[in-house]
Design a protein around this ligand. Structure first.
Ligand code: AOF
Ligand code: ZN
Length: 358
């Protein structure tokens, strides 16, 4: 049975409700219950891991029996597993709901399959309604689920000759104001921002996302990786979010811990040692290289050892866009995937003038 107008409007409302929940370990999900006549009789949303799922939150607002013959409109396939809470598919069946309209399939191996469970209980089920909008809300969560770890972006600024600093270590400022503003916008979109202890000690970065002097509302969690101690007066200690310190070189462990804290995206800000370690470990999903028309020479390279001993082992990238930013150029690239045509890297990449594109 096709999705009707009342169900379509209910999904738009459920999507709004979803965004009331926090980004975290669990996805943001909204639910609306419609009477058989198409009136909204209850609304719910998920408030984070350990709290009731959206469907159960909505059902809890109804008197026993009030959901009999009703339609549940949910932004994610009702779950089929007992995790921190019981399966929503079963809660809906027990409440007597006769129809479920949802936007996206739950990708989880254990949690997925709620749609089939509902169908086999005789419930009419429709999926895919406003799937794109639902996808946008939980894009980061879906990516992290697929990867089994947060999505990692490594960013650096370099001279035209591939250097990240002058020979005395000074590096402010290689790129111009447009490139720096672009970095800050992207920092604000990340859940966490990581630096190595070497960079922390040499640059004393604040790791905040700023628009001029003003802080963006959204601030990434500052993360410090490495074995050297962070001084008490380091700027990072004044960050609006509590920093996380990892005294380790095991990046997989760091990412696993961040994943368990609900971090979906990590922005690696340097320096060259940490960036290179992420690349060498094959843990980078996206590279942002800000290239400035300046020459520095010397041996302070943007990257150090990334495990490439011979040209056959070179880490090939596919450029998604070259973005001019003032006098600088940003390359947005990802490791060339096995399925991608290696020749595609020599094809003319997208040249865009749109700031912050892609
Ligand atoms: C739903 N409705 O509102 C949400 C769902 O361990 P738990 O019990 O917290 O379950 C978490 C999983 O449930 C999560 O990974 C995702 O697959 C699904 N989220 N499912 O039916 C909801 N938030
Ligand atoms: Zn559930």
């Amino acid at each position: 049975m096709a999705v009707n107008e009342a169900e379509r409007r209910a999904m738009t409302r459920a999507l709004e409700l979803a965004t009331l929940g926090p980004r975290g370990v669990n996805p943001q999900v909204g639910a609306v219950i419609l009477s058989p006549g198409g009136e909204i009789i209850a609304e719910g949303w998920h408030r984070g891991a350990g709290t009731p799922h959206a469907e159960v939150d909505a059902l809890s607002k109804l008197a026993p029996g009030a959901a009999r013959g009703a339609t549940a409109v949910v932004t994610l396939e009702p779950c089929n597993h007992t995790g921190r809470t019981g399966p929503c598919a079963v809660a809906l069946i027990e409440a007597g709901v006769s129809r479920v309209v949802y936007a996206l399939d739950d990708p989880g191996e254990v949690s997925g399959g709620g749609g089939d469970r509902l169908r086999s209980a005789g419930v009419s089920v429709e999926s895919g309604e406003q799937a794109d909008a639902a996808h946008e809300i939980i894009d980061g969560w879906l990516t992290a689920q697929r990867l089994g770890r947060p999505h990692v972006t490594v960013k650096w600024a370099q001279s035209l000759d591939g250097r990240a600093a002058a020979s005395d270590g000074t590096s402010q400022w290689i790129t111009g104001p447009e490139a720096r503003a672009d970095v800050h916008r992207r920092r604000a979109e990340a859940d966490a921002i990581a630096v190595g202890t070497g960079t922390l000690l040499s640059d004393d970065p604040s790791l905040t996302a700023r628009d001029g002097d003003a802080l963006f509302d959204r601030q990434p969690i500052p993360v410090v990786i490495g074995s050297r101690a962070t001084p008490d007066d380091a700027a990072i200690r004044r960050h609006p979010r509590a920093p996380l310190f990892y005294d380790t070189h095991d990046l997989r462990t760091v990412l696993a811990d961040l994943h368990s804290r609900g971090v979906h995206t990590v922005f690696v800000e340097g320096g060259p040692t940490l960036a290179s370690a992420f690349i060498a470990a094959g843990l980078v999903d996206r590279v942002l290289s800000y290239i400035a028309p300046v020459l520095l020479g010397g041996d302070r390279l943007a990257l150090t050892d990334i495990g490439v001993a011979t040209i056959d082992a070179a880490r090939r990238l596919t450029v998604e866009a070259w973005v001019p930013l003032g006098a600088d150029l940003l390359a947005i690239a990802h490791p060339t995937l096995a399925a991608e045509d290696p020749e595609s890297i020599t094809a003319p990449p997208v040249l865009t003038t749109e700031e912050g594109a892609a």
